[in-house]
Design a binder for this molecule. Structure first.
Ligand code: KG4
Ligand code: ZN
Length: 337
């Protein structure tokens, strides 16, 4: 079954085709330059740009996969969570193409897409595993027993990890998108100069709280001054605090579940320091950690085509009516057999 996947939940237009033999083609258009001058995503501009880019990208992946439209057997679109208008563009086009082509369509949960993205790699993790989902909107630890069999172990009580990176980057005068820019600046920082707290690691449990770190960064900035060396040192101290906190909670989740497999996905899983620190922690515990390749950490169409392929092959599909679900609980998804 060849599945066309469409991702439009935020500021990337992602399209891919996943078939019986794996990923056949994928394409991504990032709106970063469009939103950069506003310092963050402008939802209305995001929706309009998805309208402009989606059909050309779909033509492009069909060409790359050397497939005619009638070779598509199903359509998967991100239905939530995300920006309502942006989601509606992908949902409306995905549902309409499926109707026109007389094939089934399935609504994919964006975080399930992230969560399953490491299964696009070889070796792929086997179920069950613990998943750390770290994106701009979510920080969650999930026990995963199969597709749609999700138990939430812990989550952020305030800012998501990616959101904390973006807000702190803004404080440091870095442009949008802030996470990768902050990580680059941290490379030049002195790790010993400042020490930020590791929030909520001094008590039991798997929840997170990252909003205090940006305030800590602001106070440190006011005291240290904004010379280039101080900015880099603050970036490094902030990154170390987030990474340490995530590693501590992941270790705890592996202990608590007695599971030897950790899957890490979502935009912040592209962070090199997080990747290497989690590798070290897992190696000490004789556990294995699985990441998507860098381009599939952040939003993309491949993960949606893949999650949709799993669900369509299991017989799930949507009626003709469609909806966008800007808020959508991962644990509400139907399990697959
Ligand atoms: O998964 P994603 O592309 O979109 C959401 O679903 O939110 O994640 C985007 C987030 C942003 O907050 C971005 O700053 C962060 O991931 N991010 C990073 C890095 N690359 C992306 N954060 C830290 N280090 C990175 N290398
Ligand atoms: Zn995402």
């Amino acid at each position: 079954m060849n599945v066309l996947g469409i991702e439009t939940s935020c500021d990337e237009t992602g399209v891919a085709i996943y078939g019986e033999h794996g990923l056949l083609a994928h394409a991504l258009y990032s709106q970063a330059a469009l939103h950069a001058e506003y310092g963050g995503v402008v939802p209305e501009l995001a929706s309009r740009d998805h309208v402009r880019k989606l059909l050309p990208l779909i033509r492009q992946v069909l060409d790359e996969a050397n497939l005619a439209a009638h070779a598509i057997d199903g359509v998967a679109y991100t239905a939530g969570p995300g920006l309502a208008g942006a989601l509606l563009v992908g949902a409306a086009l995905g549902r309409s193409l499926a109707w026109g082509w007389q094939v089934p369509a399935v609504a994919v949960h964006h975080m399930e897409g992230h969560l399953l993205a490491p299964l696009l790699e070889r070796p792929a993790p086997e179920f069950p595993f613990v998943a750390l989902l770290v994106s701009g909107g979510h920080t969650q630890l999930v026990q995963v027993d199969g597709v749609g069999r999700y138990r939430l172990l812990g989550q952020s009580l305030d800012d998501a990890a990616g959101e904390a990176f973006d807000k702190t980057a803004k404080l440091l005068g870095l442009g949008y998108p802030g996470g990768p820019a902050l990580a680059r600046l941290a490379e030049r920082g002195n790790p010993g100069r400042f020490r930020f707290p590791r929030p909520m690691t001094d008590r039991p449990g798997l929840d997170f709280s990252f909003s205090g770190l940006k305030t800590f960064a602001l106070n440190t900035l006011q005291q240290a001054g904004n010379d280039p060396a101080s900015l880099a040192d603050i970036a490094r101290a902030f990154e170390d605090a987030v990474v340490d906190t995530l590693v501590i909670k992941c270790r705890r989740a592996l202990e608590q579940t007695a599971c030897p497999r950790l899957v890490v996905a979502g935009g912040v899983s592209a962070n090199q320091r997080l990747r290497s620190r989690l590798q070290e922690m897992a190696a000490k515990r004789r556990a294995r950690v699985f990441f998507p390749r860098l381009e599939f950490c952040t939003d993309n169409g491949a993960m949606i085509a893949f999650a949709g392929h799993r669900r369509l092959c299991a017989g799930q599909h949507e009626p003709l009516a469609f909806e966008a679900r800007p808020r959508w609980d991962l644990t509400d998804l139907p399990p697959l057999n």
